[in-house]
Design a protein around this ligand. Structure first.
Ligand code: ATP
Length: 321
């Protein structure tokens, strides 16, 4: 493969730039011609494809977001539009594509590689950590640290006012951010979509703790559990302490990527190019036991999660008591 393209798709995640940089520089070092696709599949469809040089990826390793921009593109679910998008790569002689994104983006990548003769490699870039076949996704660690910073600040005010504060973090289907933020932030309660989350139990634990002199409660709530305002209302009926909720929102997506995310993204970006060089496509890269590995791209939805959250969940609940 002599010509490859890189795009970022779906929700942005800190560290995507480091992956773009690593992929581009590795490919250039191997003598490949590299193209950037702006705005994900939308740009591929609209022919926003440009030759990338080393200067384009210079000075971006520590920048959050994605220099290539990202977008959602509903048309890409229609084979007719995927054919137009594929043709935009082919007319430039591009045979390999690196897609950095979440599992929705992987579905598009899978179809593209099956329907058209394009080798596609997926790199997991999403703060949610909700992709199977990898212990970590790019952006998760940075996002976790952003949440921890907020939790510390929220705890200060929660203590002063002796409040119970529900902190809603991202995670529609996976509670990894809430779970690990609860462990690392010393949380006092945890509600995640993978589990039943009886409000009665949470209320009981809060009341017990208050009897023993605790001045605050920080409860981590993954967004997939439901509206945090509704949970706040339900909890208010059951405890005497003041309850507030905070939705951290888009602040979680930004910020300079952590060292961990930069190294992870760099290793994955380079691996994606090695795979394309070897003529492999229809695969995703992941990290398992600190090794960069590959799976068929469909493993992202058909496979087993490599992170078993249950031991951590038990630990988080034990320490939250
Ligand atoms: P995140 O989970 O971080 O938001 P994501 O990649 O899962 O990232 P989505 O919005 O689900 O984000 O998907 C990104 C894009 O991938 C969509 O806008 C669409 O262009 C494409 N895509 C998603 N699902 C499919 C599908 N079933 N078939 C073809 N293309 C798809």
């Amino acid at each position: 493969i002599k010509k490859i393209a890189i795009l970022t798709s779906g929700g942005d995640a800190p560290g995507m730039n480091a992956a773009i940089r690593a992929a581009a520089k590795t490919a250039m070092a191997k003598g490949m011609k590299v193209y950037g696709v702006q705005r994900g599949y939308m740009g591929m469809l609209n022919d926003e494809i440009f030759p990338m040089d080393g200067g384009y990826v210079s000075g971006i390793i520590d920048r959050g977001g994605t220099r290539l921009l990202t977008a959602r593109c509903l048309e890409f679910k229609d084979p007719k539009f995927r054919a137009i998008a594929a043709q935009n790569l082919k007319k430039r002689g591009i045979e390999g594509l690196i897609v950095i994104g979440g599992d929705g983006s992987y579905h598009g990548a899978d179809l593209l590689s099956k329907e058209h003769d394009i080798k596609v490699v997926g790199i997991p870039g999403t703060i949610d950590n909700d992709i199977k076949g990898t212990d970590f996704t790019i952006g998760f660690d940075t996002c976790l640290n952003t949440i921890l910073d907020a939790v510390s600040k929220i705890r200060d005010t929660a203590t002063s006012h002796e409040r119970t504060i529900l902190v809603e973090v991202m995670g529609r289907h996976a509670g990894d951010l809430a779970l690990q933020a609860c462990i690392a932030g010393g949380g006092d309660g945890l509600l995640i979509p993978e589990m039943d989350n009886p409000i009665e139990l949470l209320a009981f634990q809060i009341k017990e703790r208050r009897k023993h002199g605790k001045l605050h409660d920080i409860v981590l709530v993954a967004e997939g559990v439901g509206k945090v305002q509704d949970i706040e209302e339900a909890l208010k009926q059951k405890i005497n302490t003041e309850v507030r909720s905070v939705v951290l929102g888009h602040v979680q997506r930004g910020g300079t990527p952590s060292g961990f995310d930069r190294v992870l993204a760099t290793r994955m970006g380079a691996k994606a190019v090695d795979l394309l060089e070897a003529g492999e496509g229809g695969v995703m890269v992941g990290i398992e036991n600190n090794k960069i590995i590959t799976h068929p791209i469909s493993f992202a939805w058909d496979g087993e999660r490599s992170y078993d959250f249950r031991p951590d969940y038990e630990l988080a609940l034990l320490l939250a008591k």
